[in-house]
Ligand binder design. Structure first.
Ligand SMILES: Nc1ncnc2c1ncn2[C@@H]1O[C@H](COP(=O)(O)OP(=O)(O)O)[C@@H](O)[C@H]1O
Ligand SMILES: [Mg+2]
Length: 256
């Protein structure tokens, strides 16, 4: 039997949701943020999540990353079921298996770039894998900036520090919620290229929320959400194909 690279890369789910529901509030203020969502994020794959504002993108990420409790259904990271885990176990799982990149970078201003990158491992009392750290820092192109504080770095460089921080612990999966939302298109392009390279070269698994068709085109696959449901999927997306698909949803929304 021949094993292709693609088969290896997509052999196993890094994260998986089955029949995921998330309801906020009750009565008049009840909102169904996720409505029976089943989706798989395969190892070594770069997935973009798209959809209109309020469609449940952030909620899906937060539920998958154990930052928010699900109302019903199942969410797994690797072989670990998140539902039913105690707070302490969830904290540990997030620390050991999940990396986050937020739109607002979320760096500590008093720490240098390098200290920010290694902070999660320092807190966890985990030894830093020097060779891996060097590879990550090199890939992010921050070698000359490691002793700078966030205020001495451009927005793009700060987000690269946040990317390196997420990658440094070799997490099972990285979740990024609009990571280029605060960046100009050039800096944004660098971050997206970096995320794509981390998938291709380092075997990282990345799930990224974005509303930008160009950003989505860096991914291997795009999953579309609308009203808390997965409504479509696109593989090997181009920006034009993503845009077309978004327009077709808009058209449906207006006529229904
Ligand atoms: N903490 C919360 N409390 C109540 N409603 C929320 C909360 N978070 C999100 N929602 C609601 O859930 C829906 C999905 O939100 P969200 O996942 O943030 O959407 P997106 O990221 O796609 O813009 C929205 O209707 C939003 O108002
Ligand atoms: Mg959001």
């Amino acid at each position: 039997m021949t094993t292709t690279t693609a088969a290896v890369r997509t052999g196993r789910a890094a994260a998986k949701a089955v029949g995921l529901n998330k309801v906020y509030g009750a009565g008049e203020t009840r909102v169904v943020a996720l409505d029976d969502v089943s989706v798989e994020f395969r190892q070594g794959e770069f997935t973009a999540i798209m959809g209109p504002s309020g469609s449940g993108k952030s909620t899906l990420m937060h539920c998958m990353a154990g930052l928010d409790a699900v109302s019903s259904g199942s969410a797994t990271i690797g072989d670990t079921e998140l539902v039913g885990l105690k707070d302490k176990q969830l904290t540990q799982l997030r620390r050991d298996k999940i990396g986050f990149i937020f739109q607002a970078f979320n760096l500590l201003p008093t720490l240098t770039a390098l200290e920010n990158i290694t902070l999660p491992m320092d807190i966890a009392g985990r030894k830093v894998d020097k060779a891996w750290l060097d590879a990550v820092v090199d890939t992010v192109g921050l070698s000359g900036r490691l002793s700078h504080r966030p205020s001495q770095l451009s927005g793009g460089q700060q987000q690269r520090v946040a990317c390196a921080r997420a990658l440094a612990g070799r997490p099972e999966i990285i979740f990024a919620d609009e990571p280029t939302g605060n960046l100009d298109s050039r800096s944004g392009g660098e971050i997206l290229a970096f995320l794509r390279n981390s998938v291709r070269d380092l075997g990282q698994t990345v799930v990224m929320v974005t509303h930008d068709p160009v950003a989505a085109s860096y991914a291997d696959r795009v999953v579309f959400l609308a009203d808390g449901r997965i409504v479509d999927e696109l593989t090997a997306p181009t920006a034009d194909a993503v845009l077309d698909r978004m327009r077709s949803f808009d058209a449906k929304g207006r006529t229904s």
